[in-house]
Unconditional design. Structure first.
Length: 140
């Protein structure tokens, strides 16, 4: 939520200045970074650091699984629906997909928990512990 009524106007002015046709009229990177719009208070800084560390520590499961596993599997399924016996041509790819699933599972179980715990709130730690316990229970 905007703190001041004119803050939206300042943001739009900043965007407009970045889109100026004349390169000399556009703000520099250092000028943008020094703009008060990008200044964070202590609370915002802590949240930004926590978010960035989470992004660095966690690979997105959706993007990993979708790109590495789901897209190739869908392609194989689509081709197999057109020509059923083509499934035999994809044995190596299917084995690689199984290995990809194993890699995803091993990555999650091998995450450096002490590094993650440094940036997580107590509630985030509790949620992660509940998920870990439910995964262990499902494996048994």
């Amino acid at each position: 939520m905007l703190r001041r009524k004119n803050e939206m106007g300042l943001i739009l002015d900043l965007i407009a200045s970045c889109l100026d046709v004349d390169a000399k009229q556009r703000p520099t990177i250092s000028g943008l970074l020094n703009s008060h719009i990008f200044k964070l208070d202590n609370h915002e800084t802590v949240n930004a650091v926590r978010f960035s560390q989470n992004v660095i520590l966690y690979r997105s499961p959706v993007s990993n699984v979708t790109v590495a596993l789901i897209h190739p599997l869908r392609q194989i399924c689509a081709e197999t629906m057109k020509t059923p016996f083509s499934i035999y041509d994809h044995g190596d790819v299917i084995l690689k997909l199984f290995a990809g699933v194993e890699d995803c599972i091993s990555f999650v179980t091998a995450m450096p928990t002490e590094d993650i715990n440094e940036v997580m709130t107590i509630e985030e730690r509790r949620r992660a512990a509940r998920k870990t316990n439910s995964v262990k229970f499902a494996k048994e």
